[in-house]
Design a protein around this ligand. Structure first.
Ligand code: NAP
Length: 349
C-alpha cells in the first residue's frame, strides 16, 4: 500500500504493461509534467521491462502484481488491451491507487459502471486516457461555436481510419477486446459527445468484419442529440489515414483535419468556412499526452478538472455515458435500431 502523501511530494507513477503507446507518447510526455514522477514499469517480460526502465530511468518489474505490491507507487497508468482493463483496474484500485487507464475504460457499460463504482467507493480517481480531449484545439472550436461563428448547429461528422496493422496486433484479437469500434470508432464518438452533449440516441449503426478477421474492422454510426442535431461517424482499420471532424451550422462550418492524434510539435489548423470567406487559424502546438497527465494529477489532488467535459459536465459520468453509447451502437448494429427506431444509451448510475 502506498504511504499517505504529503501534498507537495510528486505522485509516484507505476506503469502496468510496456505498451507501444507508453513508449512513444505517454512516458516521453512525463518530462514536461510537474507533480508526477515515474518509479517503476512492469511487464510480463523482464527484458521489455528493462528496456523501458533504461530509457525512462525507473525500476524494472517483472509481473504486474509485483508492481502493485510495491510501496513506492501512488498512481497507476494502465496501457493494456481493453479486455484486461477490468481485472487490473480492480487490482490497482483495491491496492489504493488512483488509475489512468487507456481508452476505452471498458468494453461494456456494465464493466465501466462496476469499475467506476469501485473507484467512487474507495475515494479514488479513475480516468480514461482520451488524450485528444485535452488538446486545446477543441476548446478553441467550442469557443468559436459558442461565439456564434457558424450559427446554430446542424450536423457533426467525424472520421478516424488507419491503414492495416500487422496481423499480430492486439486490435485484431477478439479475446483481448480488439475491433475498430473500440479502437478508433470511440474517438469520433467521444468528439460527438464533447460537442453535442451527452444525451445522444443511436439511430443506426453498421459494424463490418472483413473476411479472415475475427473483429469488426470498420463501422458507421448515426446519432441524434437531445436538440435534434445528427452526427455521422465513420471509422476503420483498412483505410487511408484520416483523423478529422467537421461541424456544420446555419452560418458556416468548422473543419479540424488532425483531430485525434496530432504529434506534440504539430501546430493545429482550424478552417472556418462562411458564405463569403474562408479563415484558417493556426494554433500553438500542444502535447495532448502531457495535458492529460496534468489533468490526472489535478484530479488526484482534488483540483478543478480541465479538458475532457465542457460546460462543467462531470468527467466520471461522461466516461459512463460513453460506455453506454458503445453498448447502444453494438445493439443497433445487431438490429436493435430496426425494432425501436433508436437505441438510447441508458442513463448511467
Ligand atoms: N490514448 C491514445 O492515444 C492511445 C493510442 C494508442 C493506443 N491506445 C490504447 O493503449 C492500449 C495499448 O495499445 P498499444 O498500441 O500500445 O498496444 P501494445 O503495444 O500491444 O501494448 C499492449 C501491452 O499490453 C500488455 N499485454 C498484457 N497481456 C497481453 C496479451 N495477452 N497480449 C498482448 N499484450 C498484452 C503488453 O505489455 P507487456 O508485454 O510488457 O506485459 C503490451 O505491451 C490499448 O488499450 C489502446 O486502445 C491509446
Amino acid at each position: 500500500m502506498p504511504q499517505p502523501m504529503a501534498e507537495t511530494r510528486p505522485l509516484r507513477l507505476g506503469v502496468l504493461g510496456c505498451a507501444d503507446i507508453a513508449w512513444r507518447r505517454t512516458l516521453p510526455a512525463l518530462a514536461d509534467v510537474a507533480g508526477l514522477t515515474l518509479t517503476a514499469v512492469a511487464s510480463r517480460s523482464a527484458e521489455r521491462a528493462r528496456r523501458f526502465a533504461d530509457r525512462f530511468g525507473c525500476a524494472a518489474v517483472t509481473g504486474y502484481q509485483r508492481l502493485l505490491d510495491r510501496d513506492d507507487v501512488d498512481v497507476v497508468y494502465l496501457p493494456l488491451p481493453v479486455a484486461l482493463h477490468g481485472h487490473w483496474v480492480e487490482r490497482a484500485l483495491s491496492g489504493g491507487r488512483h488509475v489512468l487507464v487507456e481508452k476505452p475504460l471498458a468494453a461494456t457499460a456494465a464493466e465501466a459502471l462496476r469499475l467506476s463504482g469501485l473507484a467512487a467507493s474507495a475515494g479514488l480517481v479513475l480516468r480514461e486516457n482520451f488524450t485528444f480531449l485535452h488538446h486545446p484545439q477543441h476548446a478553441t472550436v467550442m469557443d468559436l461555436i459558442s461565439g456564434g461563428e457558424i450559427g446554430e448547429l446542424r450536423a457533426f461528422t467525424g472520421a478516424f481510419g488507419i491503414p492495416p496493422l500487422p496481423g499480430t496486433d492486439i486490435r485484431y484479437r477478439a479475446d483481448l477486446g480488439g475491433g475498430a469500434l473500440l479502437d478508433v470508432g470511440v474517438y469520433p464518438l467521444r468528439a460527438a459527445q464533447y460537442f453535442l452533449g451527452s444525451t445522444l440516441d443511436v439511430l443506426g449503426s453498421a459494424l463490418h468484419t472483413a473476411p479472415t478477421y475475427d473483429v469488426d474492422t470498420s463501422g458507421d454510426v448515426l446519432l441524434r442529440s437531445g436538440e435534434g442535431v445528427c452526427a455521422h461517424l465513420s471509422f476503420g482499420f483498412r483505410h487511408g489515414y484520416r483523423s478529422a471532424y467537421e461541424i456544420w451550422g446555419s452560418a458556416g462550418r468548422i473543419v479540424v483535419e488532425r483531430a485525434y492524434a496530432p504529434p506534440p510539435r504539430y501546430r493545429p489548423r482550424i478552417r472556418i468556412e462562411q458564405q463569403d470567406r474562408v479563415e484558417r487559424l493556426t494554433l500553438p502546438a500542444a502535447d495532448q499526452f502531457a495535458e492529460t497527465l496534468r489533468a490526472f494529477v489535478a484530479a488526484v489532488r482534488g483540483e478543478p478538472e480541465r479538458g475532457p467535459a465542457p460546460g462543467g459536465r462531470p468527467v466520471a459520468r461522461e466516461q459512463l455515458v460513453h460506455a453506454s453509447l458503445i453498448d447502444a451502437i453494438r445493439a443497433s448494429a445487431r438490429g436493435g435500431a430496426r425494432d425501436s427506431g433508436a437505441v438510447r444509451a441508458p442513463a448511467p448510475g
